[in-house]
Design a protein around this ligand. Sequence first.
Ligand code: NDP
Length: 500
Amino acid sequence: MNLKLESKAIKAAVSQLKFRTQAFIDGRYVNAASGKTYASINPATGKPLTEIAACEAADVDAAVKAARRSFEQGVWAKRPPAERKQVLLRFADLIEENLGELALLDCLDAGKPITDCLTMDLPDSVHCFRWHAEAIDKEYDRVAPTGPANVAMIIREPLGVIGAILPWNFPFQMGAWKLGPILATGNSVVVKPARQTSLSLLRLAEIAAEAGIPDGVLNVVPGGGSVIGAALCKHPDVDAVAFTGSTEVGRQLLHYSAESNLKRVVLELGGKNPQVVFDDAGDLDYIARQALNCVFWNMGENCSSGSRLIVHRKLKAKLLARMIEFSREWIVGSPLDPATKIGPMIEESHLNKVLGYIESGKKEGAKLILGGQRALLKTGGYFVEPTIFDGVKPGMTIAREEIFGPVLSVLTFNTEEEAIALANDTQYGLTASLYSENVSRANRVARAIRAGTVSVNCFSEGDATTPFGGYKQSGFFGRDKSIFAHHQYCELKTIWMQLT
Ligand code: NDP
């Protein structure tokens, strides 16, 4: 579906949408073995979109069996790399052909603004699949520097069956970030999308089959995390689990691994990311817009959200004045409206959690200077205004906990040492941004901040060529994107040959 960013076209496309609501196991859609379903809610209206198969442990087991069989038969893992590349390139082409439909599914299911889905999430996902496909026949294994009587080959082999557990904030894109390298390296996979946002991944499974990915290689099982997520993580025949989500559940996954078969666990977790603005920073209008984008993009439901603005005392008043002015550009509205930049929170309980943090900010003495209320109540959706607190102290709850909503905490500093200490004053270490015209300072501070990605004079998560993942409690060996993501889904084997 080719979708124009224009209200009439979007409305017409919504009326034609069909939902895939069954699990996709061994190349076909099937009901949950129990026959149970659950309602998928549109967060912009609070009304059900459709009923989805509520899978349980038996369905996970069927999917793992299909994945194991496909892996052992070598229908994907043993295919020549150049052939695997062609199939994945075709997969990317087909995703691109269906980009409008997939964008709409994420928009309805997750409440993400359609403009973001169409211009960012889906194009990035297509590029992600293409990048990993292209890498397949470009990376070489190694030969160790032994003496002449031996040849020692160090080769990478696929791990086997991978469980991929996805979050709801970037439903399709996180799928692409996991599936690109998992499939490129020849593994078979069972995906559990987030309970709230399964529709685009369920549709993707069919597209994968059309592209030529063999039956059993890619399975999608929808349902609750504590049931099927846990079943997947405890399954003795799963070789690794790749996860993006909360630090709390990530920690639980390590227990599951320890209690079952010591499967590899790669985790991409939460963040409480700093944006540091020095007094020698450049154009304040530009920085104000970058800073707003860093915290309000994707409703702040983003692990890389820059939810702590750490600004030099001298610049604070000027910068905040501009940010308040430009915050008008952050229109809260229906995700289907091309002008909308902030859609609803994912669900009512999450809305209440975000509003609870706003209350705690007020109670603990921070100064509310923007927003702070629930919005668009009549829609039935879970909207909240973009919110800024000034005068935040490092010990306050809103300075320490991941809010996962459009809420910014502003802190101040006087010296570079103080700025670095504040930036690092968190259990997390996913991303950071810093603004300074002094290149030596920028380099010094970028190296001093303990985070997986530090962007200088911009807000960025890098691109397909750069790894993305966290220090400290933002991750556990997990790196999405780039060739480093391939390595985490492979075993390293030494073949030592004695020659005569
Ligand atoms: P969770 O970590 O609970 O969910 C992420 C995924 O893990 C979902 O697919 C979920 O299933 C699944 N899951 C939940 N419990 C288990 C379990 N016991 N075993 C295996 N899998 C499980 O995040 P939430 O969606 O509940 O969000 C809570 C908070 O987590 C947010 O407010 C935010 O702070 C953080 N978060 C961080 C993300 C990131 O990008 N790093 C992404 C999402 C959330 P189910 O669909 O049933 O929930």
